[in-house]
Design a protein around this ligand. Structure first.
Ligand code: AMP
Length: 154
């Protein structure tokens, strides 16, 4: 009787994108914080990539930046996104292991990471929620395989 394989090849970041889709929600640096808030709410996401009208990455901006800015001045709604965004964007390769992405998110304290391909082209964005969902699905598949093994002998 074969013992079930509980852990196959390490899961890659690309697999998460394949499951969730590669749509990228973005805003321009010149847009107002009010527009940013509206877009975050409409899209039901916690962060947006900041891209120039030509498509270049100018930064990333999350709910946390809004909260932090509000803490120092209450009238930020008319300010530009560029005044609160993070310009030093941490990215991950689509080829990286999901475990490396989890470590990156923990070490850098970021919950959103743009994904790039081998040509450094942007191919999507993964959030910590996507990573957790992916891990839950993996655990469920492992549990199912174990149950089959126990109840049906593999
Ligand atoms: P988050 O945990 O993603 O809501 O973001 C926390 C802080 O990190 C905010 O200041 C974001 O602008 C910043 N941030 C989020 N994602 C990234 C990223 N991939 N690279 C650099 N900074 C980021």
């Amino acid at each position: 009787m074969d013992v079930p394989t509980l852990k196959g090849a390490a899961m890659r970041v690309l697999q998460i994108l394949t499951n969730k889709g590669s749509e990228i929600f973005a805003i321009t640096p010149e847009a107002s914080v009010a527009e940013l808030v509206r877009t975050l709410a409409d899209r039901k996401v916690g962060a947006l990539l900041v891209r120039t009208p030509k498509g270049q990455i100018a930064g990333i901006v999350s709910e946390r930046d809004i909260v932090r800015a509000l803490g120092s001045r209450e009238t930020i709604l008319h300010d530009p996104v560029s005044s609160i965004m993070t310009t030093d964007v941490v990215t991950v390769s689509h080829d990286a292991d999901v475990s490396d992405l989890m470590r990156l998110m923990t070490d850098q304290r970021v919950r959103h990471v743009p994904v790039v391909d081998e040509g450094n082209e942007l191919v999507g964005v993964v959030s910590i929620g996507d990573v957790v969902k992916n891990r839950m699905d993996e655990l469920e598949a492992e549990r199912s395989a174990l149950m089959d093994y126990i109840t049906q002998g593999g």
